[in-house]
Structure formats: structure tokens, C-alpha cells
Design a protein around this ligand. Structure first.
Ligand code: NAD
Ligand code: ZN
Length: 358
């Protein structure tokens, strides 16, 4: 078992990573303090894993809320539904919420846990690769509004993160690859050695080799845990996790959220950031090419989809939440494994990069 710790100023919490962990009910049971539990899941995940999670909680009062799958459910109505369920359960401050699913379920459940009685325990049981390596760790919780994603949210850390890598066996292959883009991101930002390891293990990663995927998840979570420990509320270093994301979000928005998956858009976005870094004389062309090759080996897209105009993408980038004083703030490379916040890159340079397309 990989056992990591997220060490924060106020408190710490564990991340446990192991095959078959859902069939070790004592691990989950040990994390629950009160008598009341609310499990939140979606209609794809619940039929597969809800029984296993419930099995270990037979001595408790357990309610389940299973919602349709998809980003559209991460909204205020679903949040309200959870609040009403907790009220109907007469849940007190010692209730525990369990998020069983991908990032949508994790973000929604975490936000409900942040708000019920101003904050109660919640446990993340992520079942997508993206949720395992990114959204379940770090305490960002939110729901979307029609006006934009994640506009209503809170920082609320989970009590623990339980990762059963066997759950990836049922995840659609395309979702696995999209999650691998976020794994590559950690190597690209922080860790050239991890990046080289990913290059060596690309095939085993795609094949979900149990030892290799667990190692990749553990190393990703370790990086996420360290950056969150340094900067819990994103005043500084945590922004580096947005490598590829300003470009990626612009692609997702221009594409109308119906085309590329988030991780796929981030793959293209990372490559654009690497290309821009090379053109600005920061990183080398060879490093840009290495990133492109790894993404290709992982069967991820590496070019801006046809039909998306560079000028339109730039327009979306100007609206990014993370811009400061009207200037686009990008995460660029000094070298592979060494990302930094680059304020005020000339828009003409960004436009040329978008026109090259990755
Ligand atoms: P998701 O939760 O929509 O899951 C993707 C799909 O896979 C869904 O259809 C789901 O039902 C299905 N699924 C999940 N696990 C499965 C399994 N084991 N077997 C079969 N099907 C399974 O998407 P996601 O990519 O996990 O998460 C995206 C969300 O995460 C977005 O809302 C994003 O904003 C959020 N996010 C949050 C953070 C954060 O720090 N809080 C970070 C990154 C992303
Ligand atoms: Zn992402």
C-alpha cells in the first residue's frame, strides 16, 4: 500500500492507495466518527461500487444519494438536494459525507460537507484517474453556475482519501488517457525524473499495469500534497498546477465543452505552453518535442482541434479568472520539470503560438 500524508498548517490527512481497498471495509470504517453517513455517487459508479462501500458500514445510519453522471449535475440544485437530505436525516455535526465517484461527485460532496453546519467531515473515494491524482486531494470544492464553472465553492479538506486502483478497470479508456494528461503535468511542472519514468512506462500506464499505475498515482499525489502544503489557498506556488490550463480552458470553452475532455484539452494546452516557452528562449525545442512524444505515446491529442480560430482562443484566454490587471498570466517552462508563473507575455507571442497550434 502507498500511504501518503497531506500536511497542512491546521491538520494533516492520509491518502491510501491500494488495489482492492474497497474490499477492506475496516479502513473506511476507521475514518468515521459519528453514527450518520451520507454517501454521494453517480449512476455510473453506484451500481459498480456502492455495495462494497456500504458493506463496511452496517452498524451506522447510512443514506445514499445517487445522481445522474456528468458535469451538468455539479450545480446548486444538487447541492440543495444534499442539504435537504442531511436535514431529513437529522444529521448533526458528527455526520460524515462520502464522495464515491469522479471529480464531479468529489467537488459537489466536498462543497456540501463544507457548508452543512459550517463544515463536517468528508471522505474522498475517487474512481476516475483525474480524481485520484488531482481533484480528491487539496480541498478545493465547488459547484458550477450557468455563468461559469466552479463559481460557488469553498476550501474544505477531506478527512482522508481512499484510492482503490482496481476501480480504474471499469473507467472508459478515454477517461483513463485524459487522467494521464494530469499525471504528465506533474512531471512537466516539478519533476524531470518522474517525466522520464513516465516515458519509460507509457505502455504499462495505458494498459493499467497495477504496480505502474499505483506508482504513478502515488507520485502524482505526492506532488499535489506538497504543493498544497506549501500553498493551501493558491496565493503562490499552487498556481503552477495550472500549467496547460489557461490554453486548455480556452480550447474547452471555444469547443463548447462537447469536444475534448478536460484532460485532452490540457494535453494540447501543455504542449502550447511548452512551444511558447521554447519560442521565448526559456526552454528548448527538444524539451517541447519530448512532451509531444510522450503525449502521443499516451494517445492524447497534441494539436488544437480543426476549426478553432487562434484569435477566438486568445479572446477566451483574456477572460481567464487568473489574469491580473488585464494581463494574461501563463505558466511556462524554464526547463522540463521547472515551471514558473510568467506574467505579461506579449499577446502577439501568444497569438503566434496559437496559430502554430501545438
Ligand atoms: P466525472 O466525475 O464526470 O467522471 C467522468 C465519467 O466517468 C462520469 O461519467 C462518471 O460517471 C464515470 N466514472 C467515474 N468513475 C468510474 C469508474 N470507476 N468506472 C466507470 N465509470 C466511472 O469527471 P472527472 O474527470 O473525474 O472530474 C471532472 C470534475 O473535476 C470537473 O467538475 C472539474 O471541475 C473537477 N476538478 C476539480 C479539481 C479540484 O481541485 N477540486 C481539480 C480538477 C478537476
Ligand atoms: Zn486539470
Amino acid at each position: 500500500m502507498h500511504h501518503l500524508t497531506v500536511s497542512l498548517a491546521q491538520r494533516s490527512y492520509p491518502i491510501l492507495i491500494e488495489r482492492g481497498l474497497l474490499h477492506r471495509p475496516e479502513l473506511l470504517r476507521a475514518q468515521i466518527k459519528g453514527r450518520h453517513v451520507l454517501i454521494v455517487s453517480d449512476q455510473h459508479v453506484a451500481p459498480l461500487y456502492l455495495d462494497a462501500v456500504r458493506a463496511g458500514l452496517a452498524d451506522l445510519v447510512v443514506e445514499c444519494c445517487v445522481i445522474p453522471a456528468g458535469e451538468r449535475e455539479k450545480n446548486l440544485d444538487r447541492f440543495g438536494q444534499l442539504m435537504h437530505m442531511l436535514a431529513a436525516m437529522k444529521a448533526s455535526r458528527d455526520v460524515t459525507l462520502i464522495a464515491l465517484g469522479g471529480g464531479v461527485i468529489g467537488d459537489l460532496t466536498g462543497f456540501a460537507a463544507a457548508c452543512w453546519m459550517r463544515g463536517v467531515r468528508f471522505i474522498q473515494i475517487p474512481t476516475t484517474l483525474l480524481a485520484m491524482v488531482d481533484s480528491s486531494v487539496g480541498g478545493k470544492t465547488a459547484v458550477d453556475l450557468p455563468q461559469g464553472k466552479n463559481l460557488v465553492g469553498a476550501f474544505h479538506q477531506p478527512a482522508t482519501v481512499l484510492i482503490d486502483t482496481d476501480t480504474l478497470a471499469t473507467l472508459p479508456a478515454r477517461e483513463v488517457r485524459a487522467g494521464l494528461a494530469e499525471v504528465v503535468k506533474y512531471g512537466a511542472i516539478f519533476d524531470a525524473e518522474f517525466f522520464a519514468w513516465l516515458e519509460q512506462h507509457a505502455e504499462s500506464l495505458l494498459a493499467l499495469d497495477p504496480g505502474v499505475i499505483a506508482e504513478a498515482i502515488a507520485r502524482s499525489c505526492q506532488h499535489k500534497a506538497e504543493v498544497v502544503a506549501r500553498d493551501e489557498t493558491e496565493q503562490g506556488d499552487r498556481a503552477l498546477l495550472n500549467f496547460g490550463h489557461t490554453f486548455g480552458h480556452a480550447i474547452e470553452t471555444a469547443d463548447g465543452y462537447g469536444g475534448l475532455l478536460h484532460g485532452e484539452a490540457v494535453a494540447v494546452g501543455m504542449l502550447l505552453a511548452a512551444d511558447l516557452s521554447a519560442h521565448l528562449g526559456l526552454a528548448t525545442q527538444a524539451e517541447f518535442e519530448r512532451l509531444g512524444q510522450l503525449l502521443q505515446c499516451l494517445q492524447l491529442p497534441t494539436r488544437v482541434p480543426d476549426g478553432l480560430q487562434a484569435s477566438e482562443l486568445l479572446r477566451h484566454m483574456r477572460l481567464d479568472k487568473k489574469n491580473v490587471s488585464g494581463q494574461i498570466r501563463l505558466i511556462l517552462w524554464r526547463a522540463l520539470g521547472q515551471a514558473f508563473v510568467a506574467p505579461g507575455v506579449e499577446e502577439t507571442e501568444i497569438l503566434r503560438c496559437l496559430e502554430r497550434g501545438g
